[in-house]
Design a protein around this ligand. Structure first.
Ligand SMILES: [Zn+2]
Length: 418
């Protein structure tokens, strides 16, 4: 038997995408099994999935890890945000929690649907098993061949391919339970699970929609069953960010400098007007809770009239000026944030064109109303409380009532070093 085994606890980190603080009552069974509760705040902007998972995994703010968005500099550089982070992991400039676990003699298993929620936890070469979706298909990788082969076979058996990415929460819990039964119990285990379902339903149908509540209850059953079967784990369950209901839309159009403004009225989006950015703006990235702009010339900014108009929908902040006093912003100042950022007001969103089904794009271009069901009802990314206050549940006594998400890294690290 491995001598170090008895003293090292197995650790389970579950991240439910878009878990709002007030969803806690819907995790009734899990809440009983993980009886210590606290608030876990996002603490930085934007509260994007990728940035918040990286905060948790690295214990660093976005100004230090830089993974603010999958699109760091405008739409031409798609995918680069994750590549940049992976490069920093490879060089050892930043250490994700999975590497610390591995260095402490832990087996590392990272399971999730969205690629960025898995790869922020560990490089593939440090993980015994990783499952993540790539181009709509679940891929199995890792250095422990037995586990990789067994989980690959299970994926084939069960035809998991039929699940769209947003419905993968239960299959991921199922795979985790299978991996727990098959793994080599001589070694302690660090297992991370990233569950995508609530984020999808929250965006599409809005927070507290029947779709969200129904899925929370189902996830609660599955998580509780897993915890009951593997009750020796030290477990932390948390969200990455919350969700808020949106009714005002600054909509990306085909024209690189033109946004169309909509608002919800009688269950549809009515066209209201437009914003035309001048040619000094080189790139614009619509990110829901945040609008990010880069200029073609140093020191350029928006004209007064555009600033006034955009201020109806959010708070413009010049990220090039060092004097920003809001700490949630200063924790995220980084070249990938953009030069001018507009943080959405409570019920406004900067809607990416690709979030609307293609068949409705001609309506956007023609400034026509958009029918119910064609546009998202929930968003995150601001520093509004419904986006930023997340529940933290554990079976370990928590010393504080409120944490910042980067502090979760410290909690898990302390357990790894036990
Ligand atoms: Zn998320």
């Amino acid at each position: 038997m491995d001598q170090g085994r008895q003293s090292k606890p197995d650790i389970l980190l579950i991240i439910i995408d878009q878990l709002r603080l007030d969803y806690l009552p819907f995790l009734e069974k899990t809440g009983r099994l993980l009886p210590y509760h606290a608030i876990c705040s996002t603490g930085s902007i934007p509260s994007s999935t990728e940035a918040m998972h990286t905060n948790i995994s690295t214990g660093l703010w976005p100004k230090n890890h830089g993974f603010i968005s999958k699109n760091p500099k405008g739409r031409e550089n798609k995918g680069q945000g994750l590549d940049q982070l992976i490069e920093k992991f490879k060089q050892g400039a930043i250490t994700p929690i999975g590497h610390i676990a591995s260095a402490n003699g832990y087996q590392v298993i990272n399971l999730g649907a969205k690629e960025e929620t898995v790869l922020t936890m560990s490089l593939q070469k440090h993980a015994d098993l990783q499952v993540a979706s790539q181009s709509g298909k679940l891929l199995v990788r890792g250095k422990q061949d037995l586990l990789v082969d067994a989980i690959s076979a299970k994926l084939k058996d069960k035809k998991y391919d039929i699940y769209p990415i947003f419905d993968l929460g239960m299959p991921i819990i199922d795979l985790a339970s299978a991996a727990l039964r098959m793994r080599d119990a001589h070694f302690p285990l660090f297992l991370s699970l990233a569950l995508p379902d609530i984020d999808y339903y929250g965006h599409k149908f809005g927070p507290h929609s029947p779709n969200v509540i129904g899925r929370l209850k189902t996830l609660d059953e599955h998580i509780a069953n897993m915890l009951e079967e593997h009750h020796s784990f030290m477990c932390y369950l948390v969200g990455d960010h919350g969700c808020r209901r949106t009714v005002k839309y600054v909509m990306e159009t085909e024209h690189p400098h033109l946004a169309h403004i909509y608002h919800e009225e009688n269950d549809e989006l009515s066209y209201e007007g437009k914003i035309l950015f001048d040619n000094s703006v080189e790139q614009i990235e619509y990110d829901g809770g945040i609008l990010r702009l880069w200029f073609s010339q140093r020191g350029a900014t928006l004209d007064e009239e555009t600033i006034k108009l955009i201020s109806t929908y959010g708070k413009p902040i010049d990220a090039r000026l060092p004097s920003e006093s809001d700490e949630r912003v200063s924790r995220s100042i980084h070249e990938n944030l953009g030069e001018l950022v507009v943080i959405a007001n409570n019920d406004a969103t900067f809607c990416k064109r690709s979030w609307i089904d293609k068949e409705y794009h001609p309506l956007i271009e023609a400034a026509q109303p958009l029918p119910k069901g064609s546009y998202p009802l929930g968003e995150h990314g601001t520093y509004h409380c419904e986006d930023t206050a997340i529940p933290l549940l554990s079976n370990q006594k928590l010393e504080k009532d409120a944490y910042l998400n980067i502090e979760l890294n410290e909690l898990v690290k302390n357990d790894l070093y036990t």
